[in-house]
Design a protein around this ligand. Structure first.
Ligand SMILES: Nc1ncnc2c1ncn2[C@@H]1O[C@H](COP(=O)(O)OP(=O)(O)OP(=O)(O)O)[C@@H](O)[C@H]1O
Ligand SMILES: [Mg+2]
Length: 234
């Protein structure tokens, strides 16, 4: 229940803030510290999630049965880092979503992350297209690309979008191997989308990556419909 004297006064009014700070200081509370928990609560996990999502996929709802099954498994495997803390994504299976351009793979991937967070599980996640990732990881002056690779490799939940869309090379194969091997060893949930047929992934990525993906992922093959053209016609 709200008590009268705690009714909000004009926040943002500097005089009020200063008066509050003085009152709190008298009780040995630093205003900056005191403000933190409130902020954290109003900035809900879903808000935090949406802040990192591309607008096109912010409302994406995962409805593919295999994707929903994956969400359930990763949710079930989530662990609270300490007693009473929110459960976090830790380990779990991965998904390999293959299909033609516009089939809805990226939509399902973001939808899956949304579903996870909505289920109440915390997830530190990242999303990148494979092409952007390779560009970020290209050795160049002033950038610690090894550190970047380590950060992406260890991120609890990772979307690798459009694997196989960048030009194949020995370097691409090696970086992909190091990334996938890390995630394979640590059993970190990874959502991968690709335009390649699953049988073509092997020649593009090499045997070692293909073998690990075969074991760590569930394959989801999408119907060959370009939803972009479909919705334009509708
Ligand atoms: N289940 C869905 N419901 C409504 N809209 C969808 C659904 N799936 C995809 N879309 C829409 O269809 C379009 C294509 O989807 P998406 O970008 O996910 O395709 P994609 O398979 O990732 O294509 P690409 O291989 O070119 O990256 C997008 O505008 C997306 O918002
Ligand atoms: Mg896509």
């Amino acid at each position: 229940m709200h008590t009268r004297h705690r009714e909000p006064q004009l926040l943002g009014n500097e005089a009020t803030l200063e008066r509050m700070a003085r009152i709190l200081a008298a009780r040995n509370i630093d205003l900056a510290d005191a403000a933190l928990p409130d902020d954290a609560e109003t900035f809900s996990p879903l808000d935090a999630l949406l802040a990192g999502m591309p607008p096109r996929y912010q409302a994406a709802v995962a409805d593919h049965p295999r994707v929903l099954e994956w969400v359930r498994k990763v949710t079930d495997a989530a662990v609270a880092p300490s007693r009473g803390a929110r459960r976090q994504v830790t380990t779990g299976p991965s998904l390999l979503m293959a299909g033609v351009v516009g089939a809805g793979k990226t939509h399902q991937a973001y939808g899956a992350v949304r579903a996870l967070v909505q289920s109440g599980v915390g997830a530190r996640w990242r999303a990148t297209t494979a092409a952007d990732l390779y560009a970020d990881l290209r050795p160049r002056p002033g950038v610690d690309s090894e550190r970047e690779l380590a950060a992406v490799s260890r991120c609890p939940l990772l979307i690798i979008d459009d694997l196989g869309a960048a030009k194949a090379s020995e370097w691409v194969e090696e970086i992909t191997y190091r990334l996938i091997n890390r995630r394979y060893n640590y059993e970190l949930p990874t959502l991968i989308t690709t335009n390649l047929a699953i049988k073509d992934l092997r020649s593009y990525l090499g045997d070692r990556v293909a073998s690990r993906l075969a074991q760590m992922t569930t394959r989801v093959e999408f119907e060959a419909v370009d939803r972009r053209r479909h919705s334009a016609a509708a």
